[in-house]
Design a protein around this ligand. Structure first.
Ligand code: ZN
Length: 409
């Protein structure tokens, strides 16, 4: 199967042991995002591109991050070994994510690379290029940014993934990205290979924000990392390499603060200034974030569309006193049916500690008849702990909202 993405014909083939996944399913998962991506980084300078997926059966979803799975790109193709994920929506998200990452390698390293990288072949046991921060770090960040800008993931997911990368990056010792790149196949650094996708991506994000900051400040710099990388790609291209040794000096020449950025966060081992970058967006990072919410207890409300009503199910301890099988008939005096439940659901589930609620249910008595029962409760305090979270700064300046909009535009 194939489709056109810009001027490039994209071919797709799939193999799976249990034949439950076919090329058609993959086709529908990645066609639109790859077409959007081709526009995002146009022009691609390549006539044909080949995706090959090998889908293994029965893998547990939790194994997804292990080394058995993943993708590999070369000049005009990429190859994936992935577990089949039962949840179709989740499977689609994983496919999109990995396909976009590998396809983005058509920008770098394919069309923006040093002379010592043999056109995108990123494996080998020789000394590696020092520019993995660009080949993998920028590619990983661009994947997230592209997906968020085009609505394939939400802004919340974008920040969730960024937060996870920041938290996981700090579990590795501080390391210079260029040094890690060069020595990534030596025993000392091998274990840190994964950090290229963490620190590399966060460094790219913070560099992007640095450019945006300088531009707001009136400096003559590219308006975003996306724009800058495409300019460089157009300047070099697949046939013309940049100098492995002189490239960072060349990039640093655009502005003293960019030079400083490369010095501190890419050549030296300092952690990227994500606090500053996030503050520009009205956000901040927390190693551990404790959210205090209110709750009326644990229960589900399931719709019965035929009768137009909702009933409680999977009920556990709850201060409200609802029971399994109760039919929800009123919330705070409003009659609730399946067709207006959506507007009132938050009263039941998104309470603040101390909020009050009155609920009327119909409950079956011993004789099998439904009788009205009036219930009420005050929401109890419930703490949700989240690691590596990025959250809005309360009362952030309005300016940050504008910057945030321009990032996701
Ligand atoms: Zn990659």
């Amino acid at each position: 199967m194939s489709f056109l993405a810009g001027n490039t014909r994209v071919h797709l083939s799939a193999y799976s042991d249990d034949e439950k996944v076919d090329a058609k399913q993959l086709y529908y998962a990645i066609k639109k995002p790859i077409q959007d991506l081709a526009t995002w980084v146009a022009p691609l300078n390549i006539d044909h591109y080949y995706f090959t997926f090998y889908i293994t059966p029965s893998a547990k979803e939790t194994h997804f991050h292990t080394e058995q799975f993943g993708g590999m790109a070369s000049d005009n193709s990429s190859f994936f070994v992935l577990p089949r994920i039962k949840n179709a929506e989740r499977f689609k998200k994983v496919l999109r994510r990995v396909a976009c990452h590998e396809f983005l390698h058509l920008v770098t390293p394919y069309a923006l690379h040093a002379e010592n990288i043999s056109r995108g072949a990123l494996v080998g046991d020789q000394e590696m290029s020092q520019h993995l921060w660009l080949y993998e770090g920028v590619t990983e960040y661009f994947t997230l940014l592209f997906l968020a800008q085009h609505g394939y993931i939400t802004e919340e997911t974008f920040f969730e993934e960024l937060g996870e990368k920041i938290g996981m990056m700090h579990q590795f010792p501080d390391v210079s990205l260029t040094k890690l790149s060069k020595e990534v196949f030596k025993p000392k650094h091998r274990k840190q290979y994964g950090n290229i996708y963490l620190k590399g991506a966060i460094t790219a994000f913070a560099l992007d924000m640095q450019l945006r900051y300088l531009q707001l400040d009136g400096a003559k710099v590219p308006s975003s990392l996306h724009q800058w990388i495409l300019e460089l790609r157009n300047q070099y291209g697949p046939e013309k390499s940049f100098s492995e040794e002189k490239f960072i000096a060349e990039l640093s020449a655009i502005h003293p603060e960019i030079s400083d950025y490369f010095e501190q966060y890419i050549l030296d081992d300092k952690a990227p200034p994500y606090d500053f970058s996030l503050r520009m967006l009205g956000m901040e990072y927390h190693d551990l974030y404790v959210d205090e919410v209110g709750t009326y207890g644990y229960f589900f409300t399931l719709p019965d569309y035929k009768k137009g009503q909702l009933y409680f199910s999977k009920v556990k301890d709850n201060p409200l006193g609802v029971r399994n099988g109760d039919i929800l008939s009123e919330i705070n005096g409003t009659v609730i049916k399946t067709n207006n439940y959506k507007e009132h659901k938050h009263l039941l589930y998104d309470a603040r500690p101390g909020d009050a609620i009155k609920v009327k249910v119909k409950r079956k008595n011993a004789a099998g008849e439904y009788r009205p029962v009036h219930l009420q409760a005050i929401a109890k305090l419930y703490k949700i702990r989240e690691r590596f979270a990025i959250r809005p700064i309360p009362s952030a300046p309005a300016m940050t909202q504008q910057i945030r909009e321009s990032l996701f535009k």
